[in-house]
Design a protein around this ligand. Structure first.
Ligand code: MG
Length: 261
């Protein structure tokens, strides 16, 4: 099931996406959900065309734990070795934007990069999750763009500003709850031109590895998000660009880059 979060006439709700095609195609309908998606919920049967709503970030995480250098080709393109233990960092909740929202080019950077990533959405409170239970704590998957001020990342020891500025975490367009994430194409295009293309089967650490590693240290809450790293092909974004992250089996997350005003 694809679960979107949206606003219509000033109200915010979740809905199950029905139909086929892209967001813009006009072929999609939302069946409004009664309750919240992480626990028991039902479909209300009340349907609205997706073209009549504004899609919001599909989830409001308590935290976003991101993994760096999880694809060997990407580590290599930035001149890094594959790390012995996964590189983990946080992106703040204030960095989250939804499909169609603007990425604001930060004033303190002159080298902004896209990073297309599969995002894991956690469905229940958990810690010290054993490998065989990982699938039980995952609610679903969505597309993410780990937008990065690469010049700032290079000159500051921690990545809080480089990867944590406002609008640096587009998520969406919805959460797919029924998906085998082990071998999906992950793609980024800029103005329609392909920049990144990889497969989740090329991840150095699997989703199971990452959930075990993260929950060894901290409790994850329903709605928390794990960014699983980006394949090779990261590259610059400039003001006016339209960047799209497409993941097989999920959909496409599109955002435009604007000057911070
Ligand atoms: Mg990344």
């Amino acid at each position: 099931m694809r679960i979107a979060r949206f606003s219509i006439d000033g109200n915010v709700a979740f809905g199950a996406v029905e139909g086929e095609g892209a967001v813009e195609s006009g072929g999609l309908v939302l069946d409004i959900i009664k309750g919240i998606p992480y626990t028991d919920f039902e479909l209300s049967g009340t349907k609205v065309p997706l073209s009549k709503v504004r899609l919001l970030p599909p989830v409001l995480p308590n935290k976003i734990v991101a993994i760096g250098r999880n694809y060997a080709e990407h580590a290599k393109e930035l001149g890094h070795e594959v790390p012995e233990v996964p590189v983990a960092f946080f992106k703040p909740t204030t960095s989250v934007i939804g499909p169609g929202d603007a990425i604001e080019y930060p004033s303190f950077s002159s080298e902004l990069h896209h990073e297309a990533e599969l995002a894991v959405v956690i469905g229940r409170m958990c810690r010290e999750v054993p490998r065989e239970r990982v699938k039980d704590v995952i609610f679903g998957y969505t597309c993410a763009n780990d937008v990065t001020a690469r010049d700032v990342q290079k000159r500051e020891a921690q990545w809080a500003r480089a990867k944590g500025f406002d609008t640096s975490c587009p998520l969406g367009p919805w959460v797919e709850t029924d998906l085998d994430p082990s071998d999906l194409a992950v793609q980024a295009t800029v103005n329609g031109e392909q920049r990144q293309l990889g497969r989740t089967s090329d991840m150095i650490r699997s989703i199971e590895d990452l959930v075990v590693h993260i929950t060894e240290a901290m409790t994850l809450l329903p709605g928390d998000v794990i960014l699983t790293g980006t394949p090779a092909g990261v590259g610059p974004l400039t003001v006016g660009d339209e960047v799209a992250v497409t993941i097989e089996g999920i959909g496409t997350l599109t955002n435009r880059v604007i000057k911070r005003g």
